[in-house]
Design a protein around this ligand. Structure first.
Ligand code: ACM
Ligand code: ZN
Length: 542
């Protein structure tokens, strides 16, 4: 009779309940679920975390917030309680493979769902955060009804240690608020690296206290060309920069989501905004406007002027005081050698260094490597390592450089063969400033090209051409979002989503589990989550 009464009372609850679905994006490595047995989460239940652990308390707080915004249920928070229905626990474990990179080990977690509750376990606090993201994405988008969680277990860890997303804040300036939403999206997808491009020809956006005019004057272009270098200008000054305090706030916000911020000071090319403020650092002496058009400027830092290195050390010194990242991006891409070839100071420096064309590396390319070497040595003294675009191979790699392969995967292959770490971000798969729909006549303007989500999804970062003992140099993959043509947040997130979903399965999921049709089915739920979060996305998935 009592059992009958119990079922009778529970039935209305169960009939209202919507089911959680653990097949989220990125797809966890291993899911077992028995849909005939469920745990029923209802309003007012408790989330428990270890007492005296503010870091895990914060992550538990995120889960509380997610359950409220997704399922409309209010949870209570409780420390040190074994009674809570959802419990977050650190479970230390022996690291079986000493070679496992931190970025992989730290993402590892288990979720156990029994009929009385859910246990989230991980060897690190970051793992618990990743578990919380998976649980969050599994929630139905309901409003206050109980949620039925099929009993079972999820065992997960990322495939790659480096799971990156880039953002260009120079060509257009993004407020700290927009950057935070961007970071929220990275966290939702298990990404752990935010590559932040904060200086370029069209605007210098990082405050350097010892050089106050650099950001104040270098952040403003007098006007911007309309469309794709149409020759017609909008006549509107455009500017904005990040104070060091704002950068620290971005670092803090990212760190709470287990995302490292890699700042990029692109050098020695892409420096026209800096040359505007310090024309003596250019080969011709200027004057140089903050650039008002798109493309690659011939005007770059003069490599023969000792003041150039002093300038860079001042900038990078302050950069390192703000950004704790071990890796610092020094750009290195698209540095035309036209000015250097006719600059007496640059040519004198080439002679002083005794550089000669070895048939493989031109003297000017070697001159760029000489700058990289000085910068690498300086950054090493601050405990940092450099990463650069694949052009840094052209004058010969400096000792500890990580290579970001963007013009294809060949640069990455070469670097791995030279036993350098590599991030793969080839333009044909990973440039999400390209169009994502074939019929693009009514799509928001983009730089051109065609990189649909299916293309990004199909990317395999570890080339077959590499030998087995070279493959581990491929640390991971990244998508890049250049913003020449992107000026508003709704457009920014339209470009990011759902190609971020696509790259997240490249970065996280075992390739044997990847299936684009299945991914598209799972995207439906993700799109509803974006609607709920009020974040724009591209609704056409090709
Ligand atoms: C780049 O896209 N210029 C790295
Ligand atoms: Zn010069």
């Amino acid at each position: 009779m009592i059992r009958f009464l119990f079922c009778f009372l529970c039935l209305p609850l169960l009939s209202n309940a919507q089911k959680a679905d653990y097949r989220v994006i990125p797809l966890p490595q291993q899911i077992t679920a028995d849909t005939t047995r469920v745990f029923l989460l209802t309003d007012g239940m408790e989330i428990g975390y270890p007492s005296g652990n503010p870091e895990i308390e914060r992550t538990a707080g995120f889960l509380r917030q997610y359950i409220e915004e997704t399922a409309g249920l209010n949870m209570k928070m409780t420390s040190g309680s074994r009674r809570a229905q959802i419990i977050l626990t650190i479970k230390p474990e022996k690291r079986r493979n000493a070679d496992t990179a931190d970025g992989i080990y730290n993402g590892k977690y288990t979720i156990r769902i029994g009929k009385d509750g859910i246990a989230l376990e991980a060897p690190t606090a970051e793992g618990l955060f990743r578990a919380v993201q998976t649980l969050r994405k599994s929630l139905p988008l309901s409003k206050g009804q109980p949620v039925a969680f099929p009993c079972g277990e999820i065992n997960d860890q990322p495939r790659f240690a480096y799971r990156g997303v880039h953002l260009d804040s120079s060509r257009h300036f993004w407020t700290v608020e927009t950057i935070k939403t961007y970071l929220d999206m990275l966290a939702l997808h298990g990404c752990n690296q935010f590559h932040w491009h904060i200086t370029d020809d069209q605007g210098w956006r990082f405050e350097v206290k010892a050089l106050p005019e650099l950001a104040e004057k270098g952040c403003v272009r007098e006007q911007t060309v309309i469309g794709r270098n149409s020759g017609v200008f909008d006549g509107q000054p455009y500017g904005g920069y990040y104070t060091q305090d704002e950068c620290r706030e971005v670092v803090r916000y990212a760190a709470e989501r287990y995302i490292n911020v890699i700042p990029e000071i692109d050098l020695p090319g892409h420096m026209q905004a800096a040359l505007h403020v310090y024309p003596n650092l250019g080969c011709t002496g200027g004057p140089y406007p903050v650039w008002q058009v798109w493309g690659v400027s011939d005007d770059v830092l003069c490599a023969g002027n000792p003041a150039t290195i002093e300038f860079l050390k001042t900038v990078l010194g302050e950069l390192c005081s703000v950004f704790p990242s071990k890796l610092i991006h020094i750009g290195g891409d698209e540095c035309p050698k036209k000015r250097w070839k006719s600059c007496p100071k640059c040519q004198a420096r080439i002679r002083d260094l005794g550089l000669t064309d070895d048939g493989q590396h031109s003297v000017e390319n070697q001159l760029q490597t000489a700058i990289n070497h000085e910068i690498e040595t300086y950054l090493k003294s601050l405990g940092r390592d450099i990463i650069g675009w694949d052009e840094v191979l052209e004058g010969g790699l400096t000792e500890g450089a990580t290579v970001m392969s963007w013009r294809g995967i060949q640069g990455g292959i070469e670097a791995a063969r030279q036993h350098h770490n590599v991030i793969m971000a080839p333009v044909d798969y990973c440039y999400i400033d390209y169009y994502q729909v074939k019929e693009n006549w009514n799509a928001p303007i983009s730089i051109g090209g065609y990189v649909p989500a299916s293309k990004t999804y199909s990317f395999e970062p570890v080339p077959n051409d590499l030998k087995e003992d070279e493959k581990h140099y491929i640390l991971g993959a990244q998508v890049n979002l250049w913003c020449e043509y992107i000026a508003y947040p709704s457009h920014l997130f339209y470009m990011l989503l759902p190609r971020l979903d696509a790259i997240s399965e490249v970065q996280w999921t075992d390739p044997r589990q990847k299936d684009f049709n299945d991914f598209k089915l799972r995207l439906r739920h993700q799109f509803r989550l974006y609607d709920r979060l009020n974040v724009n996305y591209c609704k056409t998935v090709e």
